[in-house]
Design a protein around this ligand. Sequence first.
Ligand code: KIV
Ligand code: ZN
Length: 498
Amino acid sequence: MKRVYIFDTTLRDGEQVPGCQLNMVEKLQIAKALQELGVDVIEAGFPISSPEDHNAVVEISKSVTQPVICALTRAREEDIEAARSALRFAKRSRIHTGIAVSDIHIKHKLKTTRQEVLHMAESAVKLAKKYADEVEFYAEDAGRADLDFLAKVLQTAIKAGADVLNIPDTTGYNTPADWSNKIKYIFETVSGIDKVIVSVHCHNDLGLATANTLAGVLAGARQVEVTVNGVGERAGNSSLEEIVMIFKTHPELGFDTGINTKRIYETSRLVSRLMHMPVQPNKAIVGRNAFAHSSGIHQHGVINKRETYEIINPEDVGVKLSSIVLTSRSGRTALMYRLNMLGFQVDKNNIDEIYAKFLRLADKKKEVTDTDLYLLMKQSKDQGFYSLEYLEVSIKLTKLAQARVVLSKGSNKIETFAEGNGPVDAVYKAINQALKIEPHLEEYLVQAITGGSDDIGRVNVQISYDDRVFYGSGSDTDIIVASAKAYLDAVNKILIKN
Ligand code: KIV
Ligand code: ZN
């Protein structure tokens, strides 16, 4: 197996996205998660761009020691000095310096000449070489550059001492075949290329980032520049989880990464939560529906043998189970499978009656949830669920938020009051008090179902209790009410299980 190095730029290219900015604590949290995931290089920031970015590189260098820590610069002395200072605590440091090489960038952005670009590239690499353990050179907009000039710049960077050459398709312009030819051309024409690592950095403007990254590796690149969930400028970067799982799913390609794939899902959710970037439900590998099956035929197949409709074992990426989404198209096998998983004893002898009830419910609802199934199966009066009878929340800018909730189950009502860091925290504490339970909130995700400020919001939560994970969802025009419903949905499942 040939090793492909994973260069993660979630904290640099990913963090450039408006609205995704992270504070220092969050950056450290992500950097530590990336270390656990097993990435080879973490691009921790662009130190000259702001004091916050500079400090982030310093703090990550101090506490994350296994991967190489990398800092981005332009081909300017002051940038490289800033990177040197930010990287001073790194166990293994890399300066990522470079310059644009396409004519459109040279003329309209840099307002300079090809000759000057060659000179700046050489000086930048030479200076960076004095300050870091490794130097990576990027040829920005290589994807639209004149190939002979690109080869010349790369040659210059090698001569000046670069250890890694990054070939970015900055605007996501190339198709896989073109990209492959360009990388092959570089291998054929640049002397000394066999002494350095060639890296590909692909953007997703045409939805081809992953395909181009793969094409780059097949053409000889041995480092890939990726982000978790594919976050990044415009349509994003090539996604870490996709490229890693391509190599794992296709061992015949002969490539290996050092990624602990079982940590992919958790890392994806951490990045999504901290960057406020929901993962699209049908996103490959980490989307909520990536392992969900809704048609009866598929469900039947997956239940009999997972591989009929799944090419990846969900557990390999840290997803506990493939999910069978119950709808009116689901058959008896799927219903039985799900009910048995929820702890009900159902078999061929008693399924018909339950299935008839299920179909009546499924005709009214788009999706039949676990909560619906519990209600469908409830055997005695007090096996029912708590529901939200009343909710009052008060928020004042300078004070803790307050929540009053009334929960009911049959004729039984419980009223509680709690304070919290925000309205959702206060509501969750009030529910905990009412039900005398303290689960751990693992994930909280808000999504708008339709557009506009009067739309329906849907909240999904994941909580853990006694080493088990429970999911809940709720929707409402008020996001706090949706949050309360989602949490109560999950807590009810704990109560019925205990
Ligand atoms: O897309 C790009 O060209 C970049 C470089 C700065 C490496 O992000
Ligand atoms: Zn980029």
